[in-house]
Design a protein around this ligand. Structure first.
Ligand code: GDL
Length: 404
């Protein structure tokens, strides 16, 4: 069997409105350009992915899937189809197994060779019949995944199967990653060929320490595929993350079987996440600030105005520095907050230019807001809308307050 290639790319795996076919097509162009190789289709709110996982796809849905699969092929991207039966599957009911298999078979018929079974965010207990037959969720899930892989092998020559466990990050493990009974049993029972997703020490992990990854690999008996929620914002839609892929060790590749990001719900806001991941994997030693600057330079090039002037690099950077990453802000934003603190807490004679810089910032946000309105790419304009509008309002408020 050929070795599984290192997976890198994007998981559409967030809660909320799934992306449109057009957005997915644009994503494939980004992935190809960024040197990434995989797209996983698993939107939590796609009914037939999770809540109604048993329901077969209609002809129309299959036609739409055929198209995205064809587009993936054309871009050299591996299409991964995920199903999440964990909310209510009865492992011991042959009808449920058949329903799952029928669905996978329909997808194999469209040319899909890589699949994922996701058991995240589900109740960690079994019904009475499953309890009697399997004893534990780990045993039931491992049995199902192993059976699915065996059956896929009868349908296609070299299928690949990925698996998302119910305990998928360090903070969910009890009493520790190494000693968690669920993870230990899964590691022992899951067929070695099956890849396992892992989000890091936390659901949203600011860092992925090597010793943590080693502990995970030891308990699972394989290096994990990272499901990276660094840029995910479905848990707090007031936020948006435009910062670079950061906080990962340069040798991440040596400790994992893949890295896939599950980013912002607003598709068009993910240029930075996708392209900075690509740059990180191509050049892991490049300082983050450099990765960030170069990726922003590429992004601002795509801000084609339908009318008026182009967004400048500085304007976009001021915006992205504020809407940066879950764990912190970019450099211009940190300066902005420091100036704000100065004018709030110090008497005017010690402001040392802070008021002027804040006024400049407010104008900048006004310009960003105006240029966003006139962007040719309406998807991008709408993805940034709420956040840019709010920043402009804050700018106006600061201006009024300073005048007062
Ligand atoms: C999760 C969910 C994911 C969600 C993310 C961020 C995994 C494996 N599952 O726990 O669907 O988008 O958090 O909220 O990460």
């Amino acid at each position: 069997m050929p070795p599984n290639p290192f997976l890198s790319g994007v998981i559409e795996g967030f809660y909320g409105k799934p992306w449109t076919p057009g957005e997915r097509r644009q994503l494939l162009g980004w992935l190809q350009r960024a040197g990434l190789n995989a797209y996983l289709h698993g939107p939590k709110d796609d009914l037939k992915h999770r809540a109604l996982w048993r329901a077969p796809y209609t002809d129309e849905e299959l036609a739409a899937l055929r198209e995205i699969i064809r587009d993936c092929d054309a871009h050299g991207i591996t299409y991964i189809h995920a199903l999440a039966p964990g909310l209510d599957i009865r492992f011991s009911d042959p009808a449920d197994f058949d329903a799952l298999l029928d669905k996978l078979e329909a997808l194999a018929g469209l040319g899909v060779t890589t699949f994922a079974l996701l058991f995240d965010d589900i109740p960690a207990r079994l019904n009475a019949a499953d309890q009697a037959r399997f004893g534990t969720p780990a045993a039931a899930q491992a049995w199902l995944a192993n059976e699915v892989l065996a059956r896929l092998r009868t349908m296609i020559p070299f299928p690949r199967l990925l698996f998302c466990p119910t305990v998928y990050c360090g903070e969910m493990a009890r009493p520790s990653v190494a000693e968690d009974p669920y993870l230990r049993e899964l590691g022992a029972k899951l067929a070695p060929a099956i890849d396992v997703f892992w989000t890091g020490p936390h659901i949203v992990s600011e860092t992925l320490p090597v010793d943590h990854l080693e502990e995970v690999a030891a308990v699972l008996g394989r290096a994990p595929v990272i499901w990276d929620n660094l840029h995910a914002n479905d848990y707090d839609m007031r936020r948006l993350y435009l910062g670079p892929y950061a906080g990962r060790p340069p040798n991440l590749r040596e400790h994992t079987a893949g890295v896939m990001i599950n980013p912002n719900c607003q598709f068009a806001a993910n240029f930075m996440a996708v392209h900075s991941l690509g740059r990180f994997l191509r050049r892991p030693e490049l300082p983050i600030e450099e990765n960030y600057r170069r990726t922003l330079e590429e992004w601002v090039e795509t801000f084609e105005p339908a009318a008026g002037e182009r967004m400048t690099f500085e304007e976009l950077k001021d915006l992205a520095d504020l809407l940066y990453l879950p764990g912190g802000f970019g450099e211009a934003a940190r300066r902005f907050f420091a100036d704000l603190e100065t004018v709030r807490r110090q008497p005017p004679e010690s402001w040392a230019g802070a008021d002027g810089r804040l006024e400049e910032w407010a104008w900048q946000m006004e310009a960003v807001c105006d240029k966003r309105t006139k962007l040719a790419d309406r998807g991008l304009a709408h993805a940034l809308y709420a956040h840019v509008w709010e920043l402009k309002e804050i700018g106006q408020f600061i201006g009024d307050w300073l005048a007062w």
